[in-house]
Design a protein around this ligand. Structure first.
Ligand code: MIC
Ligand code: SF4
Length: 645
């Protein structure tokens, strides 16, 4: 059989199941990554599994999100992660070393291998020809312990790039174009595989911009072949030995095809408040801008920063603009410092932030009320910046840099003459002294736990009757930023679910946590694509803590659905979407014979208040049914450990 790049990697790593679209498959995982805002929980779960040492080829723990240290909580969590990493055989990337995806791409990514990470933008390393997938922290912990990672065998979308990008148009515009065409729910259970003549002119970091933001499609992942450009990047990272060539077989079959003519692409912009609300920059030209932020795991590579430095060289930014720049990694920052580009950025008036997520996750730099902020990031969900009334637009580094000078949204094609002098370096500065090696097996490293680490909630076994009130009713495309908001004041509590749960779904309905507690838990009712966005399992753990037993939705985002199942919460999809309209807040919802019903693909849910019955689709694999019955994956693992003891 002729295979695509993704199918080849899946075939090489398949442990359970068959490569049959829509069925569940289990994959062997070579590498894992965690970051600090999901990592604390993931490592608590790893500890609960009772293994001595990780079984992966390489696991890395990064500190990049919770970088503001306004109190001791974040630094305490960093210490916990550092000591756990040392003990269990995990490499530890210190705060300041860079954003997990950027550093993973530079220093650890290997074409042909599998990677899962407790962050939805893990597909960044798809730019290196890895099968790189975002997952909940518990799934990552299981993979570290040597377990498989289960996904639905995805369909493969061929994205053929033709021609070459014009000056002022960049990789960001390619992924914005894909988002414009496919939307934020268009990628569920699909892999976007890039090919065609057009990929030859894209460097690995360009490709990584595209695979990174493929997360916004809801896709399982995105991937590029491994070719001469991959080799050049690996040589420049002094890792030539990691190179293998990887390309799709001639005649490989795809499920869908998209063709993008790069010559015809123009600078694009995603308008508030969704990454798929895409326009031409020309259509938004002239809008006054208050803040510009350049960085994030989407656009913070050396080449991106060099283009920005080139545009800002000798200029001063508009008096009304605050420009913040966070280079993606210490390697990038160091390169800019060494070649003088950093000085150009500073001279133009940029505020340089440390290498980390920063404003992308609301860790500082919240814009002013009603401000317009132009960002090179990947998400512009309402309130994510820390300012609910702000309007966030997503753009390329080129658009951001020229707009910083003019003070309004501007098209770079009117300002740039050439980037000819900007070349991929033949050799990056290699300095891994902020990556701490793990201790030898059999060590006695002491794990340091701060007082902010609270036990995480455990699910309960499925009962035959599942009932409760509809405690909240929300619309389509609810993000995990709605379910479990993240900002500078909440992120320090990522290891404290009782505290976080007070804010669960608060942007949609601030009374929900109180109502849930008063009623001893119940159900969530939601529209389509519920739980899109991040991989944070806190969006399942906080509802679990509040006693949520089921979520009835029109459809779910992939990672969030699995996080619910991992925690023993039923994800139920309305068979008839109109049923959603008949449920009102506080209706009594009841599932009878749940223990029998769970074994089939559909269940009957009763609305006792309205005297109505709904058919819901469960579509659970046998393994997932076991998890729901056990009250979550950790309980299941414990049960099987007990059986084997
Ligand atoms: C995000 O971009 O939303 C995050 C913060 O990186 C999350 C992880 C988290 O919530 O900690 C993600 O993308 O998974
Ligand atoms: Fe960090 Fe933003 Fe990337 Fe999430 S999207 S990993 S917050 S830079």
């Amino acid at each position: 059989m002729k295979l695509t790049v993704a199918q080849k990697i899946i075939k090489d790593h398949l442990v359970t199941g068959e490569m049959k679209k829509g069925t569940e498959i289990g994959l062997r995982i070579d590498q894992t990554l965690t970051q600090d805002s999901t990592g604390t929980m993931a490592y608590l779960q790893l500890e609960a599994m009772g293994i001595d040492r990780v079984k992966t080829k390489r696991s890395v723990a990064y500190i990049d999100h919770n970088m503001l240290q306004a109190g001791p909580e974040n630094a305490d969590d960093h210490k916990f992660i550092q000591t756990v990493a040392k003990k269990y055989g995990i490499y530890f990337s210190k705060p300041g070393n860079g954003i997990c995806h950027q550093v993973q791409l530079e220093r650890f990514s290997v074409p042909g291998q599998t990677l899962i990470g407790s962050d939805s933008h893990t597909p960044t390393c798809g730019g290196m020809g890895m099968l790189a997938i975002g997952a909940g922290g518990l799934d990552v912990a299981v993979a570290m312990a040597g377990g498989e990672y289960f996904i639905t065998m995805p369909s493969i979308v061929k994205v053929e790039l033709r021609g070459r990008l014009k000056l002022g148009v960049s990789a960001k515009d390619i992924i914005l174009e894909v988002l414009r065409r496919c939307t934020v729910k268009g990628g569920v259970n699909k892999i976007f595989e890039y090919c065609g003549e057009g990929i030859k002119s894209l460097t690995v970091p360009d490709r990584a911009t595209i695979t990174n933001m493929g997360a916004e499609l809801g896709a399982t992942t995105s991937i590029f072949p491994s070719d001469e450009n991959t080799k050049a990047f690996l040589i420049a990272q002094d890792r030539e030995e990691d190179y293998i060539e990887l390309k799709a077989d001639d005649g490989a079959e795809y499920d869908e095809e998209i063709v993008i003519d790069l010559d015809e692409l123009e600078p694009l912009i995603a308008a508030p408040h969704s990454p798929d609300s895409v326009y031409k920059v020309r259509e938004k030209e002239g809008i006054k801008v208050d803040q510009i932020a350049i960085g994030s795991c989407t656009n913070s590579s050396f080449m991106d920063m060099m283009k920005v430095a080139r545009i800002l060289d000798g200029k001063t930014i508009s008096e009304n603009v605050s420009l913040v720049i966070s280079p993606g990694s210490r390697q990038v920052l160091n390169m800019l410092a060494q070649n003088g580009a950093l000085s150009k950025l500073v001279s133009a008036g940029a505020r340089i932030l440390e290498s980390g997520c920063g404003p992308c996750i609301g860790m500082g730099q919240a814009p002013a009320n009603e401000a317009v902020s132009l960002r090179t990031f990947n998400r512009n969900f309402k309130g994510r910046s820390g300012t609910v009334s702000a309007d966030i637009f997503l753009v390329s580094p080129e658009v951001a840099a020229v707009s910083a000078i003019t003070g309004k949204i501007s098209d770079p094609r009117d300002f740039i003459n050439d980037f000819d002098d900007i070349k991929m370096p033949e050799r990056f500065i290699i300095n891994d002294n902020m990556i701490i090696e793990p201790a030898e097996p059999g060590n006695d490293v002491e794990i340091i736990r701060g007082p902010n680490i609270k036990p995480f909630p455990r699910g309960e076994k499925l009962t035959d009757i599942v009932e409760g009130k509809a405690l909240v009713k929300v619309e389509d495309n609810i993000t995990t930023d709605h379910i479990m908001p993240s900002n500078a004041s909440l992120l320090p509590f990522r290891s404290n679910i009782p505290y976080l749960s007070e804010y669960c779904l608060a942007p949609c309905d601030p009374e929900f946590p109180k109502r849930a507690k008063e009623n001893g838990g119940g159900m969530i009712v939601a529209g389509s694509n519920y739980g899109q966005g991040s991989s944070r399992e806190h969006a399942a753990l906080a509802p679990l803590y509040l006693g949520i037993r089921a979520v009835l939705a029109k459809s779910f985002a992939r990672i969030h659905r699995q996080n619910l199942i991992n925690n023993g919460i039923l994800p139920l999809v309305f068979k008839n979407e109109e049923d959603y309209d008949t449920i009102d807040l506080m209706d009594d919802i009841r599932i009878e014979n749940a223990l029998d019903q769970i074994d089939s693909d559909e269940m009957i849910v009763k609305n006792m208040t309205k005297n109505l019955e709904y058919k819901v689709i469960t579509d659970l694999a046998d393994r997932q049914i076991d998890m729901i019955k056990a009250g979550g994956l950790l309980n299941l693992i414990r049960e099987s450990n007990m059986k084997n003891a």
